[in-house]
Design a protein around this ligand. Structure first.
Ligand SMILES: NC(=O)c1ccc[n+]([C@@H]2O[C@H](COP(=O)([O-])OP(=O)(O)OC[C@H]3O[C@@H](n4cnc5c(N)ncnc54)[C@H](OP(=O)(O)O)[C@@H]3O)[C@@H](O)[C@H]2O)c1
Length: 329
């Protein structure tokens, strides 16, 4: 018998998540049936979407949503042999049973010397978000100037690096001096701490006096209002996320960017990375290729211990992480 520990959403988040919103449940898993496998979590991911999605798709008592890299420890499904690794969307749990339908095998020629945790980060969903947001939403071209916020995080750090690979000028904002130094290390042309600049408007203007062709938007709220004013005419905005708004108990209202969108004739498009699901295998290979060539650095913020998952989630929402926030079991 395999014992599974799972983090449960005990109470819907009201404002910023609290420790008491989570409960740890322990249960014995049944034996797998024909066609099923038993999975053991190796690395788990905490991501911003879990905060808004919990409200949309979960009820109290559900296992927290999320993905993990897991090892197959028992198998009655020949597609997933014992010892193989998969990306599973089974949530915040140490062990689970799957019929294989929700599993994606880790890419077949994953190099032995590359940590499988990257399959949850730069060579996983956040990397795909960066790549498809830049290429398929923004259509970023060589020589253009790109702005990205939450730039030192899982998505933002890949966005900036791919934009540099494409020969663009990259400006990034992040929430600490250490993160700003990290962005410079990654090759960002300009980086600033949005928490300490006296004026966001001035910081954006100083970083690119001619404005921005493209804006990869992760933050929303006031930041986005100010950034829209700094776009070039016919600029493009990819709305990837709005993390500054996820924990609001009362939704923020205004200021609204519509005037700037209209008079600068901006193109604004929201997206979910899953739109390009069919192309994900090929895109993951491109990300792995850049990583192997040394063009893509993959920083991780690793928390050890499944028991620390709620703390790691809350820490990520506060900005503790540089790079991808990961839990190593
Ligand atoms: N559309 C999609 O398909 C898709 C997929 C993945 C992610 N996303 C979105 O992409 C964004 C980044 O996600 P991620 O996984 O890469 O997370 P992440 O950037 O690794 O972690 C979240 C970061 O957000 C920043 N943050 C928190 N509160 C903030 C605030 N009030 N203002 C500005 N920054 C704040 C913090 O960094 P600082 O220290 O810099 O504040 C924190 O480290 C999120 O909005 C997420 O929802 C969208």
């Amino acid at each position: 018998m395999v014992q599974a520990k799972s983090w449960i959403l005990a109470k819907h988040f009201d404002g910023f998540p609290k420790k008491s919103d989570f409960n740890l449940k322990v249960e014995e898993l049944p034996e797998p049936k024909n066609g099923e496998v038993v999975l053991e979590a190796v690395f788990l991911s905490v991501d911003p979407y879990m905060r808004p999605f919990s409200k949309l798709y979960m009820k109290e008592g559900d296992v927290m949503i999320g993905t993990q890299v897991a090892k197959v420890i028992q198998s009655k499904n020949s597609a997933f042999p014992v010892g193989s690794h998969v990306v599973s969307s089974c949530g915040w749990t140490t062990h689970s049973i799957s019929d294989g339908k929700d599993l994606t095998p880790v890419i077949s020629d994953w190099p032995k010397d590359v940590s499988l945790s990257l399959a949850l980060g730069a060579i996983g969903m956040p990397g795909l978000t960066a790549l498809h947001g830049l290429e398929d939403v923004l259509g970023l071209k060589e020589g253009e100037t790109l702005l990205v916020n939450a730039a030192a995080g899982a998505v933002g750090s890949v966005v900036g690096q791919i934009a540099k690979i494409k020969g663009c000028k990259v400006v990034g904002s992040a929430g600490s001096e250490a993160k700003v130094a990290f962005l410079k290390e990654l090759g960002f042309d300009e980086a600033f701490n949005y928490k300490t600049v006296s004026s966001l408007e001035e910081a954006l203007r100083k970083a690119s006096p001619d404005g921005y062709d493209c804006f990869f938007e992760n933050v929303g709220g006031d930041f986005s209002y100010v950034a829209f004013q700094q776009m070039k005419y016919f600029g493009r905005v990819a709305v990837c996320g709005s993390i500054s708004m996820y924990n609001d108990a009362t939704p923020q209202i205004g200021p609204f960017p519509h005037l700037a969108i209209m008079w600068k004739e901006l193109k604004v498009e929201g997206f979910m990375q899953s739109r390009w699901k069919d192309r994900h295998p090929e895109s993951l290979r491109r990300l792995m290729g850049w990583y192997r060539e040394g063009k893509l650095q993959c920083r991780e913020h690793i928390t050890k211990g499944f028991e620390n998952m709620p703390a790691a989630f809350m820490g990520m929402l506060k900005g503790d992480n540089t790079g991808k926030a990961i839990i190593a079991v």
